[in-house]
Design a protein around this ligand. Structure first.
Ligand code: GLV
Ligand code: GLV
Length: 325
């Protein structure tokens, strides 16, 4: 019998041929609606390999159900949706999709920053709503980007790619990260900074931090209070690094100027969320790596990883290397 692979969303057939040639593959029937928990558990029980989304909760219960499960290939660079310890204990390989999405996600992060700074979404809504009655000097006037200071929290590959873009905009770049990045310091001129110094000095505070025990709830009311009144907060990493109520208060009271958010504490965010009432919030639905080219490349990388594991090879991008030993 061919090994069984379950993919938790409907993906284009042509992107998964590497799997369909060799394995029995089943996809969940919807592209945009997640599979219910019962389906996930039943499929995990049968599957040797799974391709999962960042919105799927791959917890201990699901991993235990996976009696034959050898690999979980997550269609994302982040893997906070997966109980890594439980996977490793069971010898299940977890893979992600780093590198292939770096530049695409940096593009989006910068676009979000530009949109928040220059009020692009607000301006587009304004014109479509028929509100434009004539040119005026301060109509939809925003904030300059060129020459300002960017503070990047979470200086991984995406952070460095954002920093390169910022350099092209004549920005000063501060960064905060668990480890120093000597190459980014040398090549881009990024300056290592304490978290406190960074949030105090930056005009644009850009969070690209992964979600870990250390980063959960990192941006609290105290942190927003330290930022400049003109500061713009961008989050293109993970939502739960932010106390959203504190962010709301900071934006509402003018403690900071604006925010651009691609990620939220709870996704999808619902329209009754107070953040979405604020004109100075530019909110987009977790689309950092969503270019057609990059999403296709990410899917193919997941397929390659599943195939490698199920044919006894090492996957290209493994998260829990310990399992191979
Ligand atoms: C997106 O958020 C990812 O982790 O790839
Ligand atoms: C703006 O369009 C200008 O001409 O200054």
């Amino acid at each position: 019998m061919k090994p069984y692979v379950f993919i938790t969303r409907k993906l284009p057939e042509e992107t998964i041929v590497e799997l369909t040639e060799k394995f029995e593959v089943k996809m969940w029937e919807h592209e945009d609606i997640p599979a219910p928990r019962e389906v996930m558990l039943a499929e995990a029980k049968k599957a040797s390999g799974m391709i999962t989304m960042l919105s799927d909760k791959i917890d201990e219960e699901l991993l235990s159900a996976g009696e034959n499960l050898k690999v979980v290939a997550n269609l994302a660079v982040g893997f906070d949706n997966i109980d890594l310890k439980a996977a490793t204990e069971r010898g299940i390989i977890v893979s992600n999709t780093p590198d292939v999405l770096t530049e695409t996600t940096a593009d989006l992060s910068f676009a979000l920053l530009m949109a928040a700074a220059r009020r692009i979404v607000e301006a587009a809504e304004y014109i479509k709503a028929g509100m434009w009655e004539g040119w005026s000097p301060y109509l939809l006037a925003g904030h300059d980007v060129y020459g300002k200071t960017m503070g990047i929290v979470g200086m991984g590959k995406i952070g460095e790619a954002v920093a390169r873009r910022a350099k092209g905009f004549g920005m000063e770049i501060l960064y905060h990260n668990r480890s120093r990045k000597p190459e980014a310091e040398k090549e881009i001129g990024a300056v290592y900074s304490s978290f406190e110094d960074l949030v105090t000095k930056a005009d644009y505070v850009v969070s690209l931090a992964p979600l870990t025990d250390e980063t959960r709830n990192l941006f609290t009311a105290d942190v927003f209070a330290k930022m400049k009144k003109s500061a713009i907060f961008i989050n293109a990493g993970r939502g739960p690094v932010v106390d959203e109520l504190a962010l709301y208060e900071a934006l509402k009271s003018g403690e900071i100027a604006a925010a651009g958010l691609d990620v939220f504490e709870k996704e999808p965010i619902t329209t009754d969320h107070p953040l979405l009432e604020l004109p100075n919030v530019t909110a987009i639905p977790h689309i950092g790596s969503a270019s057609t080219e990059t999403r296709t490349t990410m899917i193919k990388l997941c397929c390659s990883n599943v195939k490698s594991v199920l044919t006894g090879d090492s996957p290209k991008t493994i998260v829990n290397k310990e399992v191979l030993q």
